[in-house]
Design a protein around this ligand. Structure first.
Ligand SMILES: Nc1ncnc2c1ncn2[C@@H]1O[C@H](COP(=O)(O)OP(=O)(O)O)[C@@H](O)[C@H]1O
Ligand SMILES: [Mg+2]
Length: 226
C-alpha cells in the first residue's frame, strides 16, 4: 500500500436487541489506497451496509480502529465527526433520499450550505457539478420530475459538492435497470478520474463488482476474499 486513505483495523460491530447481541462485523481489516474503487459483495444480511455505515462514521464501532486520511474517526466527538464527514466523505444510497420539495440544484447545494453560508458560491458550484453529471439543464426540476437514473445522478452530485475525496455507495444501482446501472457506473468511474475519488461500493451487480480495482467478499461479518 503506498497511499492508504482508509484503514480499518480489527473492526467489530455488535447490535443489541434488548439483551441479545447480534455480532454483525467480526474482525475486519481492510486498507484502501487513494484512488481505488473497491467493490463489496456478499449475501444479503452479511453486514455490507453496516460495514459502510460504520467505516463512514454514520454508525459507531463496537471495537477496532478506523482511520480516514490518517485520522481516527472512531475516537472523534459527534460534532467533530459530523464536520469531518461533511468535508471528507460523500454518501450515495440505493434510494436517492433527495428532498422532494427542493429542486435538483437546491438538493446539490445543501451539503455545501451546512458549512459555508454563501448561496451564490453554492449555486455556482452546484451548477458546475450538475454539468459534470450532465443534468445542468434539469437544475430547476424537482426529484419527482426526473427519472430514477437522473435522481441518482443528482444524489451523486450532492455527494461530491464538498469535494470529499471518498465516496461510499450502498447499492447505488439497486433500484435501476441494467442500462441505467451501466450509465451510473460509467459516471462514477469518470468522476473518480476527474476528482481523484476513492470509492467503496456495495453492489449486487456482477459486472460493476468485477470492474472495480478490487472485489472484497464479506461473509458472516468477515472478509472471505479480497
Ligand atoms: N440498526 C440495527 N439494529 C439491529 N440490527 C441491525 C441493524 N442494522 C442491521 N442489523 C442487522 O445486521 C445484519 C447485517 O445487516 P446489513 O449490514 O444491512 O447487511 P447487508 O447490507 O449485507 O444486507 C442483519 O442481520 C441486520 O438485520
Ligand atoms: Mg445492505
Amino acid at each position: 500500500m503506498n497511499n492508504p486513505i482508509i484503514e480499518v483495523k480489527d473492526l467489530y460491530k455488535t447490535y443489541y436487541n434488548g439483551n441479545i447481541p447480534l455480532e454483525v462485523l467480526r474482525g475486519i481489516d481492510l486498507t484502501v489506497d487513494k484512488g481505488e474503487i473497491v467493490s463489496i459483495v456478499g449475501e444479503s444480511g452479511c453486514g455490507k451496509s453496516t460495514f459502510l455505515n460504520v467505516v463512514g462514521g454514520l454508525d459507531s464501532t463496537t471495537s477496532g480502529q478506523i482511520l480516514i486520511n490518517q485520522e481516527r474517526i472512531d475516537e472523534m466527538s459527534e460534532n467533530d465527526l459530523s464536520y469531518f464527514r461533511n468535508r471528507n466523505i460523500g454518501f450515495v444510497f440505493q434510494f436517492h433520499h433527495l428532498l422532494p420539495d427542493f429542486t435538483a440544484i437546491e438538493n446539490v447545494m445543501l451539503p455545501y450550505l451546512t458549512h459555508q453560508f454563501d448561496r451564490k458560491k453554492a449555486s455556482q458550484l452546484a451548477m458546475e457539478i450538475l454539468h459534470q453529471v450532465k443534468l445542468d439543464k434539469r437544475a430547476d426540476h424537482r426529484p419527482n420530475q426526473l427519472s430514477g437514473g437522473e435522481q441518482q445522478r443528482i444524489a451523486i452530485a450532492r455527494a461530491i459538492i464538498n469535494n470529499p475525496g471518498i465516496i461510499f455507495a450502498d447499492e447505488p444501482t439497486g433500484n435501476l435497470d441494467e442500462k441505467t446501472s451501466h450509465e451510473i457506473q460509467e459516471l462514477l468511474w469518470n468522476l473518480r478520474e476527474k476528482f481523484q475519488l476513492t470509492i467503496l461500493l456495495v453492489t449486487h451487480n456482477k459486472q460493476i463488482a468485477e470492474q472495480a480495482d478490487r472485489k472484497v467478499t464479506l461473509s458472516y461479518g468477515k472478509i472471505e476474499r479480497d
